[in-house]
Design a protein around this ligand. Sequence first.
Ligand code: SF4
Ligand code: SF4
Length: 386
Amino acid sequence: MPGKWDWLKDELRASGMASAAPLVLRFIGGRLRGPDNLVKCALCPNMCRHACPVGIVDGRETTSPAGKARVALFLRQGRLQATRENASPLYACLSCDACSVWCPFGFSVADLLRPVKEKTAGGVGFKEFREVFENLEKHGYVYGEPKPSDSGSRTGDLLYLRGCTLREKHPDMSGKAERVFQHLGYRSFTIDETCCGMPAYNLGNTSLFRKLARKQAEKIGSSGARTIVASCPSCVYAYRVLYPKYGVEVKPEVYHVAEFLEDRLKGLKGEGSVVVHNPCKLAVGLGKPQVIWKILSSVEGLTVKEPRRSGRETFCCGHGGSAVPRLNPELARRIAMERGVELTEEAEIIVTACPTCKQAFQSNGFKALDVVELVHILLGGEQCSR
Ligand code: SF4
Ligand code: SF4
């Protein structure tokens, strides 16, 4: 049985480079020791490039995964000056972690770039990010001052964390989620929540991220809730994966709404076809690539399709990571179109489980529903006109 890399050994031998084979094979096998992770990534022949939405759609060497690592390395070494132009490629990243799925070392380029972003400018040198940081500092809310009408029930047995994008862009989803929880026997309530901090984290302002994390953890803790469910997979990623790394504890565990619904919904009936879009932070970050599929395929009569890039090998909606839509809206649009077209080849209605993905598709003319909205429709909450 030939080994996976035998063809490469043969090539190296034929080009008189047999002595380089151990080094090359250690590298592509993810077993190279020595240089730090950013250096390894900068040396890499871009082995994850085919999976990077920015690399695919932008198509430029500087914004490919290893290209960004090289720019970051040169900035770190001082070979490049930390100007806006030089630092921009670091922000051509969706923090989608698609690279980590293919990388032999398991690297996420977003993680490798973050310390350099912090050191060079912390994102603060970009006027496009200044407003976000000011809003977060002042209001704990990405979009400025939250609307006064922004309130739900303040008592109940399930705390529903809506997150900034749902509150701002899809406020009607809060009531729909409440009715779905009611159907399952829970009385949900909301609090005057603070942003989870992910936008600050993604933009390289980790001191602001820590501040927001501590504030939000305190609010969640003092709510006294024993069951906590959040609408946004990035928020859940922050609570479950990042907060502990930064010494902030959230108890009890926060579930993403799709995880919460997965084993609880029974006996739903539907019709027609839908296609699943897996949000990156749910499928890769939280390691739950099958959860939307499981909910939808339990619905009798509903045809559920998957796109070519599915499961853990999903493809970002173009609005992930907070930076690309602000710094390069045209690139965000093109990535959303690339994904939207791929999805709608399967079915007209896209079902996802993230307010940001829903927003990305809707703002580019696609029909997109959050899984909670679909369940709400199937429970008879409203007529589905589609
Ligand atoms: S993330 Fe891994 S596979 Fe992608 S360029 Fe860096 S080292 Fe190579
Ligand atoms: S995190 Fe996503 S956008 Fe950033 S380099 Fe990796 S695959 Fe590309």
